[in-house]
Design a binder for this molecule. Structure first.
Ligand code: ATP
Length: 297
């Protein structure tokens, strides 16, 4: 038995390592210290996205059964709207993004997209319909054109350039020594944080997913670049359902709705102005952040 088990075990480890490496490359949210154990259930169907409504229905989840992270969390992203998730460090914001991408399964309740439980759809179709713009776009050691084209198999050069234009990186790419054929990444030309973000945006525009998860940058972009990128991100969000995982508050004011998470529970929900007027947790986080920014200025 041991003779059989050892190679099987080895294959299991290899599979997990390869999968991990693929995820690392994609670097969805710099999120997976552990490999996902999630697989398609027999008879799983492709996800059919109509409007792109996302529903969290009394979701329970913990990485470790002893330590619940989300405790009966319910909220809804109506089709085409933008919902920002805010809350203090460790509240479970990034976890929400990981669960929508089904890196893990919920332990209670359900997550549904257009009425379909994520556990009933194929992962391939789920991943194809959701675009993720991570905090820090990872570039492959390949050409800048390839790095954008990775958003969609079989994209034409014209489509790649259109995406780059929309992400406002086309002119910059043309100014590079070999244009779209310029090598980037660790072993090629190093791009700035803002340029990398734009490549990530172009990649996602090319993929053209109906659902977007923006894991908002915490990395230091200068204020002007950040404001520009923010514009590109909001333009990209039009006509899609968007969840913004907001580590800072400065960029959430325009969201249709803000969900305030505290200790794995929803404590407040509403548009920015209404939440400020309410004088509760969001107002407190907001004034604290504004004060910090004033101090930093
Ligand atoms: P921040 O704003 O600081 O990024 P967050 O609200 O996004 O925080 P999460 O990353 O969702 O928080 O993490 C929620 C909790 O889950 C934290 O206590 C964190 O330590 C824990 N956690 C996150 N990832 C894992 C993991 N892979 N294994 C075990 N625990 C984890």
């Amino acid at each position: 038995l041991i003779q059989i088990m050892t190679p099987l075990n080895f294959l299991g480890v290899m599979y997990r390592e390869i999968r991990q490496a693929l995820v690392d490359m994609d670097d969805m949210f710099d999120l997976l210290e552990q490999p996902a154990e999630v697989t398609d259930r027999p008879g799983a169907r492709p996800l059919d996205v109509q409007g792109g409504e996302i529903v969290f229905d009394r979701v329970e989840f913990g990485y470790d059964p002893e330590r619940p992270i989300l405790k009966g969390l319910s909220f809804r992203v109506p089709p085409g709207e933008t919902v920002a998730i805010v809350g203090s460090t460790g509240a479970g914001k990034s976890t929400i993004g990981r669960l929508i991408f089904r890196f893990y399964d919920v332990t209670g309740g359900a997550i549904r997209i257009d009425g379909q439980d994520l556990r009933d759809v194929t992962q391939e179709s789920l991943h194809a319909r959701i675009g993720v713009v991570p905090q820090d776009t990872v570039l492959f050691n390949d050409t800048v054109g390839y790095n954008i084209a990775y958003g969609r198999d079989g994209a034409t050069q014209a489509e790649i350039e259109a995406a780059a234009r929309a992400a406002r990186i086309h002119d910059f790419i043309l100014s590079l020594p070999q244009g779209y054929d310029t090598q980037v990444g660790e072993r090629g030309l190093k791009l700035s944080g803002g340029e990398k973000q734009r490549v990530g945006i172009a990649r996602t525009l090319l993929k053209d997913p109906p659902i977007l998860i923006l894991d908002e940058a915490t990395s230091a972009l200068d204020t002007a670049t950040e404001a520009d990128i923010q514009q590109e991100l909001s333009a990209m969000g039009r006509g899609r359902s968007v969840i913004v995982i907001a580590h800072r508050l400065s960029t959430v004011a325009d969201a249709d709705r803000i969900v305030v998470l505290e200790n794995g529970r929803l404590v407040e929900e509403g548009p920015h102005e209404a939440l400020l007027a309410r004088g509760g947790r969001y107002a407190e986080l907001w004034s604290r952040q504004t004060m910090d920014e004033d101090l930093a200025a």
